[in-house]
Design a protein around this ligand. Structure first.
Ligand code: F3S
Length: 63
């Protein structure tokens, strides 16, 4: 599973990090940072939770 964050859509709502802080981190301005590499199995549900939490649909989770 991979996570793509469209920085042109991210508006800094921070709901991804609130829903799944173990997956999503924010930069100093409150925008989501890229997630590098594969999401381990134990974090995949959290990744989906963060995807659904973003009101801008800036997060895409793909198998
Ligand atoms: Fe950005 Fe959406 Fe998270 S707007 S900070 S990716 S909730």
């Amino acid at each position: 599973m991979k996570i793509t964050i469209d920085s042109s859509l991210c508006s800094g709502h921070a709901r991804c990090a609130a829903a799944a802080p173990e997956v999503f981190r924010l930069d100093d301005d409150g925008y989501a940072l890229p997630y590098d590499g594969e999401v381990p199995p134990e974090l995949q549900q959290a990744a989906r939770d963060g995807e659904l939490a973003c009101p801008e649909r800036a997060i895409t989770v793909e198998q």
